[in-house]
Design a protein. Structure first.
Length: 165
């Protein structure tokens, strides 16, 4: 369920985009609510119970997917969930996977950092924030392709620093 895009579209430079949708096991677990809803309504009417169960299952899965945050680098802006920052205020991006990523999500997590962390997504990228007025020293972002995300951020930073002709 990897949904990443990179490249240039039209006039806006889109370097990276990923929807942090829930993993398959989370969607399957949420879909279990459908038979539960049907069982609650079954004593009243079985047809209504089947319809209600289907509606509840589809609604929960749709809400999980629609409510998933997006991480993207576009037009010199890093967007993570509802927050955005100009890439000129970002520093080094550190890519972490495996045990290092688990430590960064747990005991190594800085309390003042901006976090967009999703369970089931192993990769973590920690982006240093160089803006002195920003209270967050870094952004901690989940991503399925941390190397591609870090490369896209570096490309956007280089593009931002290069004067246009």
């Amino acid at each position: 369920m990897q949904k990443t895009v990179s490249g240039v579209r039209g006039q806006s430079a889109l370097f990276y985009r990923e929807r942090l949708s829930p993993s398959l096991w989370v969607i399957v677990s949420a879909a279990v609510a459908a038979p539960m809803a049907a069982l609650v309504i079954a004593p009243i009417d079985t047809t209504v119970a089947l319809v209600a169960g289907a509606v509840v299952g589809v609604a929960i899965v749709a809400l999980l997917i629609a409510g998933s945050p997006v991480v993207q680098v576009r037009d010199g802006i890093l967007i993570a969930g509802r927050a955005h920052i100009d890439v000129g205020y970002t520093g080094e991006a550190t890519v972490l996977t495996g045990d290092d990523a688990r430590h960064a999500r747990g005991p190594g997590l800085h309390p003042r950092s901006w976090h967009v962390i999703r369970g089931g997504i192993d990769g973590i990228v920690i982006v240093e924030i160089t803006d002195l007025d920003d209270p967050a020293p870094s952004w901690v972002l989940s991503t399925r392709t941390p190397d591609r995300f870090a490369a896209a951020l570096r490309r956007a930073q280089a593009t931002r620093r290069t004067p246009s002709r």
